[in-house]
Ligand binder design. Structure first.
Ligand SMILES: Cc1cc2nc3c(=O)[nH]c(=O)nc-3n(C[C@H](O)[C@H](O)[C@H](O)COP(=O)(O)OP(=O)(O)OC[C@H]3O[C@@H](n4cnc5c(N)ncnc54)[C@H](O)[C@@H]3O)c2cc1C
Length: 286
């Protein structure tokens, strides 16, 4: 079991990982490709102390190389769910299930907008993870709405379980979809239901009656990643130790709110690492 699972891949995650490793904790960073970090898009950074006029991509590569040199493991993947198992956490990294004593969330700014009714029906028909919840829709009709090609694998998985699967791509090309999956070009507008039961996806073209809707997104709202996480709008609520309301779960960087700056992300990553190390060591002694 890992000591610390870090979800992210930008400056906050890499800083947290480096500082956990320096205190001899086993750690793995579960992050999407480096170019998905906001820093990658910065043409010129001139406010990071000691490294003037640097290109964002270069700086990120320096952070990454430093962390890997210090034995930080980096797994390129999208984490879809983190389950609280009582004494530890279970990370679902594209169907690899990894156990960790503690979690640091460093997922960056949540770009996920969501549609009307999406959060209301989360867990009542709306899901972000086909392999976690697919069996609940055995012999039923589901719709997969996908921002990226990874959604095709989700739809293919569901095609073996469900009576009918409709795929709505919000990305350009379809590369590997089973023939049994129907494809629809439409803009999802709202999730509809009666009481606790989801009944349809409303699009700009038609209303599609269905039992479940799976959203495959580039970034998930943080509170959909882990049940019970307290947020303030899109920001994860943390205290000065970067601890969230959940035991052994911490957060750092843009996902905790403004200012959206590298130095803040790196600093919060360090604080989260120090807090997690101290809490794990305390637990060992008890
Ligand atoms: C154009 C531009 C210019 C900027 N210029 C500056 C500047 O000059 N100075 C400055 O201080 N700041 C600047 N910033 C802001 C800076 O880039 C951010 O504050 C910083 O990158 C935040 O780091 P982070 O680690 O919190 O988030 P990010 O760098 O956004 O990293 C988050 C990472 O987590 C990954 N992730 C999210 N969800 C998941 C998941 N479920 N599973 C796996 N991985 C996931 C994302 O894909 C991403 O790689 C700029 C930003 C932009 C866009």
């Amino acid at each position: 079991m890992l000591d610390v699972a870090i979800i992210g891949g930008g400056p906050a995650a890499l800083s947290a990982a480096l500082n956990c490793r320096q205190r001899n904790k086993t750690v793995c960073v579960f992050g999407r490709s480096l170019d998905s970090s906001l820093l990658f898009a910065a043409e010129k950074v001139d406010n990071y102390l000691g490294i003037p006029e640097v290109n964002g991509e270069e700086l990120l590569n320096q952070f990454y190389t430093h962390a890997v040199k210090k034995d930080v493991e980096f797994q390129e993947c999208r984490v879809t769910q983190i389950l609280n198992m009582g004494e530890h956490y279970m990370i679902n990294a594209e169907n690899n299930f990894i156990e960790a004593k503690a979690v640091i969330l460093a997922t960056g700014l949540s770009k996920s907008k969501g549609i009307a009714g999406e959060m209301e029906y989360l867990g009542k028909g709306v899901s972000y993870c086909a392999t976690c919840d697919g069996m609940l829709y055995k012999d039923k009709k589901v719709v997969v709405v996908s921002e990226n090609e990874e959604g095709e694998a989700e739809a293919n998985f569901l095609a073996d379980i469900c009576k009918e699967v409709l795929y709505i791509p919000l990305h350009k090309t379809i590369t590997n979809l089973k023939n049994s999956v129907g494809v629809l070009s439409a803009k999802p507008m709202a999730v509809k239901g009666t009481g606790d039961k989801l009944t349809a996806l409303v699009t700009d073209k038609e209303e599609i009656p269905c039992d479940g809707i799976f959203f495959a997104k580039d970034t998930l709202p943080p509170d959909s990643l882990i049940y019970g996480l307290k947020t303030d709008g899109k920001n994860i609520e943390v205290d000065r130790r970067m601890a969230t309301n959940l035991p052994f779960v911490y957060a750092a960087g843009d996902c905790t709110g403004a200012p959206y700056q590298i130095a803040k992300a790196v600093g919060e990553g360090l604080i989260a690492a120090l807090s997690v190390v101290s809490d794990i060591d305390k637990m060992k002694k008890e």
